[in-house]
Design a protein around this ligand. Structure first.
Ligand code: ADP
Length: 363
């Protein structure tokens, strides 16, 4: 198989015209962020948001042109909003901060690494908060492996309200937005930092969330640049860090803590997932890993411990079936563990709020 290069991709794309401007997409400077991995190609096409619909044909033509190159296994082209030069911000203003007017608190659910159950915790936490009477939304920012559509049992595509804004999907009374609603699940997603950023910002800004008490952001796993920028640009009220009891995961969790501290986002606490093994047959509790690691680490780092969630077959099964346990078996011991964690998150949030009361000024 020939190895595909960025130059090959550019040359193929220089044959695709934007009919409205009668020039090819390369000359127009529309192609950004070409990423190639094992014959899988991804790139972004920058466009004015108003032209997004019209450019769908061009986007497809671009995919076809690259797909026809020998050695290309898959192509994924996404339209991203054109970056206009920023208007100069006043002193002290953050030029990049995104504001979501109807959303009271945005909370990041983060983890130092993948596979610790961050997404499972996010969906069940959202449902537990809903049971507290709150209006809750989930933004699935884990765009490398969006799992909220599956976890929340939602399929289909979100409807656009006008050319700019889209309505989130709803499952079990929770508003959910995920890149998973827009792209094929089988398609390998290879994104580069700035492209990820663009996609996330669009998901945040262009979604009509309406009035929400809490928006939980299921963060991409890890503590790299993407997570750091995300934590800076989104007005986070706080973050919770999901970890498993093994030491190695805790080391990663520490990195998460440091990252949020660096950008002044209050860490509301640690959640220990897969804390102990609960036997599905007899209910016996077995401490497979040295249970309590997260609690001890939390104490050492002076971060609240928000509770533990057992490793239980029913949590895995209900997640896979899109029937999260807090919604479908709220009285089970596993669901109650999530509810207790949600209560502590709510309390921690209140504490963080009182600690940072907004300044009141009288004119
Ligand atoms: P992450 O978002 O951190 O990558 P996921 O939420 O996708 O992790 O969870 C990884 C896998 O572990 C999934 O198959 C999920 O069903 C399973 N899982 C997560 N938490 C639990 C738990 N407490 N008990 C049993 N299985 C769990």
């Amino acid at each position: 198989m020939p190895t595909i290069t960025e130059a090959d991709v550019r040359s193929a794309l220089s044959g695709v015209n934007d009919p409205a401007r009668n020039q090819d997409v390369i000359s127009l400077g529309m192609v950004q962020e070409i990423a190639i991995r094992d014959g899988n190609v991804a790139f972004a096409l920058e466009a004015e948001p108003a032209r997004a619909k019209a450019l769908e044909v061009v986007r497809r033509a671009c995919e076809q042109a690259v797909l026809s190159l020998p050695g290309v296994a898959s192509v994924s082209a996404v339209l991203t909003a054109e970056r206009r030069p920023q208007a100069s911000a006043g002193p002290g203003a953050s030029a990049h901060a995104i504001s979501l007017p109807g959303v009271r608190s945005i909370i990041a659910v983060a983890s130092g690494k993948g596979g610790v159950g961050k997404s499972t915790v996010t969906s069940n936490l959202a449902l537990a908060m809903r049971r507290q009477g709150l209006q809750v939304g989930i933004l699935d920012a884990d765009i490398y492996g969006p799992s909220q559509p599956r976890l929340m049992g939602i399929s289909g595509r979100p409807q656009s309200i006008d050319d700019r804004r889209i309505r989130p999907m709803t499952g079990y009374g929770i508003k959910v937005m995920s890149i998973g609603f827009m792209v094929d699940e089988e398609r390998p997603m290879i994104w580069r930092g700035p492209m990820v950023q663009g996609a996330l910002e669009q998901l945040l800004r262009d979604v009509e969330w309406g009035e929400l008490d809490v928006l939980l952001v299921d963060m991409p796993p890890g503590t790299g640049d993407v997570q750091l920028t995300m934590s800076q640009r989104v007005p986070l009220r706080g973050a919770v860090i999901v970890s498993t009891p093994q030491d190695i995961a805790l080391i990663d969790a520490r990195k998460g803590l440091n990252m949020f501290r660096r950008v002044d986002v209050p860490v509301l606490g640690f959640i220990e997932n897969m804390s102990w093994f609960a036997c599905p047959k007899c209910g016996e509790r077995t401490e497979i890993f040295a249970h309590g690691g997260a609690e001890r680490a939390a104490a050492a780092m002076q971060v609240p411990f928000l509770g533990g969630i057992p490793l239980h077959l029913s949590i895995r099964e209900t997640s896979d079936q899109g029937q999260p346990i807090v919604a479908t078996a709220p009285e089970s011991a596993e669901a109650r563990a999530f509810v207790e964690v949600a209560d502590r998150v709510a309390a921690a949030l209140q504490e963080a709020d009182t600690a940072s009361m907004p300044e009141i000024s009288f004119d």
